[in-house]
Design a protein around this ligand. Structure first.
Ligand SMILES: [Zn+2]
Length: 87
C-alpha cells in the first residue's frame, strides 16, 4: 500500500469536495486525483480515465475521505481553464 505524503493533503480547496462515504475511492488521495485531472485538463485529454487503484492512499489532512472522482473533475476543469481549453 502506498501512502500519500504530499502537501496537497492539506490543501483547503479539497474541503469543499463531497465526502466519499463508502465507494472504492474512500481511502484514496483526492489530492493526487486532482493533480491527475489538472494535467489531463491541460492536455485536453478527454479520454484519460482515473484509475482509483493506481492512486496512493491518504489517511490525513483535508483530502481524507473526499471523493477522488469529484477531485479529478475539479482538477480537469481548472487545468483546462488554465490551458485555455474550453470545456
Ligand atoms: Zn496525494
Amino acid at each position: 500500500m502506498t501512502l500519500c505524503k504530499q502537501d496537497h493533503r492539506y490543501d483547503e480547496r479539497f474541503e469543499s469536495l463531497p465526502h466519499d462515504q463508502g465507494g472504492p475511492g474512500r481511502h484514496r488521495c483526492a489530492g493526487c486525483a486532482y493533480e491527475l485531472g489538472y494535467e489531463a485538463g491541460k492536455r485536453g485529454d478527454t479520454r484519460f480515465r482515473l484509475n482509483l487503484d493506481a492512486l496512493p492512499d491518504s489517511q490525513a489532512g483535508s483530502v481524507r475521505h473526499r471523493d477522488p472522482e469529484a477531485a479529478y473533475a475539479l482538477g480537469y476543469r481548472l487545468g483546462a481553464m488554465a490551458a485555455g481549453n474550453p470545456g
